[in-house]
Ligand binder design. Sequence first.
Ligand code: ADP
Ligand code: MG
Length: 275
Amino acid sequence: MALRSAQVTVAAQDGQALRAPDPVASAPLAVRGVTVSYGEKPAVFSVDATFPAGAMTAIIGPNGAGKSTLLKAALGVIPRLSGEVSVFGQPIETARARIAYVPQRASVDWDFPASVIDVVLMGLYRRIGLLGRLTGAQRAKANACLARVGMSDFADRQIGQLSGGQQQRVFLARALAQDADLYLLDEPFAGVDAATERAIIDVLKSLKADGKAVVCVHHDLATVATYFDHVFLINVRKIAEGPVATTFTGANLNATYGGRLAATHIDQLALADPA
Ligand code: ADP
Ligand code: MG
């Protein structure tokens, strides 16, 4: 299935036709009909999703809903059974350099012997090449990224010796070093302290203010309405997507969690009015 062409024609006020970007085909990330299966049952089934620029989108769904799988399929690190992924209108293979990815913390081997600054410098290897020589400017850039997440004092520490929140900040610094246009983060706030949560959200908001697209798998329903502009609800299949104001509703949450959320909990969330 082909994505629509990158341009659509809209009528301008003076009657002349203007070429405006198609919000789907030029989106930072668009997936169409994506199915991923590890075994017989698909983990993600026939999902369409469009993630906009200059916005923060939360991917929400219960454990095992396919949230991490959807991100990995979008990155092209696991094979798709079917479907298409487009990144700024390009196939993933040619657009990979524009994406930064922060994996789910639990999936990382923290015994790997690397210092904090080494991990941040990994964000620059796509430009340097594994055998290339680091320049002073590149080191300065890595240090500036560490400063942005408040981790300058830990540059020479082994990554395995940090707290969970500190590790998460370092992985965000590595993503910042990549100068990407699309940021995919898998549960960046899971198991971090309040100060780290604040530091991470401040960085993500500054990326959004710079027009970048930020997509987070997010587990904390209580902060969706304050942190995010868009939501994508998934339980193997797409349940709903759109602005928080119209999409983060009790009905959509019930459909996503299959009645596993207590009604009292749903009542406490800052939900949109029923559409
Ligand atoms: P989520 O991130 O929403 O919790 P995942 O995308 O990690 O869900 O997993 C979706 C489903 O796929 C789950 O049933 C999970 O057990 C299964 N799964 C995930 N990764 C693998 C894998 N590498 N091999 C086999 N099954 C997997
Ligand atoms: Mg996951």
